[in-house]
Design a protein around this ligand. Structure first.
Ligand SMILES: Nc1ncnc2c1ncn2[C@@H]1O[C@H](COP(=O)(O)OP(=O)(O)OP(=O)(O)O)[C@@H](O)[C@H]1O
Ligand SMILES: [Mg+2]
Length: 253
């Protein structure tokens, strides 16, 4: 019998601080055989509105390498959870950050060309992580965004891209992704698009309903699929992120 144990739980640990390490070290986790994106992978997080993408995306970000390299969150929505991160540094299009840490670039829908030029600078520099919630605001044919996607591995540009309408995104987001996290999807055209990149187990379809905040994990190179339970609460995720942001060195005169 397929039981609810089939859902790999991301909660239930005493401490969330060690969760990324637990994914690797803890016996249960090893048995789960799940790898998380590294500092050069592209990752897609997909699901209908309200399915839990943003909360999951922030958790995934908390496992990433902004303690050793800069990561920029590109935010169109003035997201509440992102806005609460203590220690995040606001930036403008003018320059790309060099030091490790978490940076926030607020973007307006009519700033496509400025954003494109920002991706050119990221592509030129490399070694910068990019997190985008609702990337469909970026033109599907944007040359520099697509260059970051297609050459991100060699240039060390890890990217996490969240989307509720996969049909509106550049195809390169999906063709270049090493990992997919697929939450509940309802639109038939979106399901079709995702189905062309993500393999399910036999007898299962990517359009089959998911319980609230659960996702399907897909590791492209191993063609490995697992189901994941909900991530921890917003507060716990914030604590995980804030703990990892490098502290500014205080200068003593
Ligand atoms: N793991 C979870 N446990 C409990 N509540 C959750 C969880 N994930 C998300 N939620 C709650 O569900 C609501 C929707 O989640 P979220 O904002 O992550 O969805 P979304 O897919 O990003 O939606 P949208 O496409 O509208 O941005 C939020 O109020 C959030 O607090
Ligand atoms: Mg969201």
């Amino acid at each position: 019998m397929q039981s609810s144990l089939d859902y790999r739980t991301l909660t239930g640990y005493d401490t969330y601080r060690d969760l990324p390490r637990l994914w690797k070290d803890n016996g249960v986790i090893v048995a789960m055989d799940i790898r998380l994106p590294n500092a050069s992978d592209r990752t897609s997080v997909i699901g209908r509105t309200g399915s839990g993408k943003t909360q999951f995306g922030m958790w995934l970000l908390s496992t990433q390498s902004f303690d050793t390299m800069p990561w920029v969150i590109i935010d169109y929505k003035g997201d509440e959870l992102i806005g609460k991160i203590a220690g995040i540094k606001p930036i403008t299009y003018k320059s790309v950050p060099e030091k490790p840490g978490l940076y926030l670039l607020k973007v307006l829908p009519d700033e496509e060309s400025e954003l494109s030029d920002f991706f050119r600078k990221v592509w030129e520099r490399g070694g910068i992580g990019i997190y985008i919630d609702e990337g469909y605001m970026i033109g599907q044919r944007d040359k520099w965004f697509n260059s970051c996607l297609t050459q991100g591995r060699s240039k060390r540009i890890p990217m996490i891209i969240l989307s509720q309408r996969p049909l509106w995104l550049s195809r390169f987001v999906f063709s270049e992704s090493s990992y997919f996290f697929v939450f509940d999807l309802t639109d038939n055209d979106d399901i079709k698009r995702v189905r062309s990149f993500v393999r399910t187990r036999s007898g299962e379809d990517i359009g089959d309903q998911m319980p609230p905040y659960h996702s399907r994990y897909y590791d492209v190179s191993r063609r490995y699929m697992a189901k994941l339970g909900p991530v921890p609460s917003g507060e716990k995720i914030l604590a995980l992120i804030e703990r990892k942001i490098p502290k500014e060195k205080t200068r003593f005169l």
